[in-house]
Design a protein around this ligand. Sequence first.
Ligand code: DC
Length: 211
Amino acid sequence: MTFIIAIDGPAAAGKGTLSRQIAELYGFHHLDTGLTYRATAKALLDAGLALNDEAVAERMAREVDLGGLDRDVLSRHEVGEAASKIAVMTPVRRALVQAQRDFSRREPGTVLDGRDIGTVVCPDAPVKLYVTASPEVRARRRHDEILAKGGSADFEAIFEDVKRRDERDMGRADSPLKPADDAHLLDTSEMSIEAAFQAARDIIDTALTRK
Ligand code: DC
């Protein structure tokens, strides 16, 4: 049987980097499930379609190709904003969760990161991590990341954006962001990504020996 690692947490908590590092270390397939919501939203934006029509959004969700998710294109801010709007729609979530579950069964193992992996997509995953950090720390990291890439960024605007995204992710009726009861909490507010990686490795290695 395949081995599933579920990683959830709010935006900009560092779970993307952590998930990629873990997948590489263990030789597992990785899926950033946020990209599936982003790809659905981008398909609607590209086609000039409304973001509030559930039936149309569901059709786009069913057509998302998990093999063709381009992180650079999909990481644009307006795509993220649109993604958070269609992520509240139950038919969209149902379609994407199905595709994500199919992916999670790949051998020899998978790492899925998102908001509802441990609670909804893969509730039986043997390892669940909930990676978080305070809104200030997450906004600061995002701000510094943009500056490091040579862009310009306004901390206050990013901070407000992080808080708004949290409200939307945690406040929606269908599959709100929350830690699964059996998730390990990793608060990276005062922890480097290296330390978080080490903590995650210890948890995963323990679970692998029990397999
Ligand atoms: O992590 P991200 O910013 O790429 O996610 C984009 C949007 O999709 C965000 O509003 C949260 C939502 N999302 C979700 O509802 N469930 C997931 N498993 C992953 C992302």
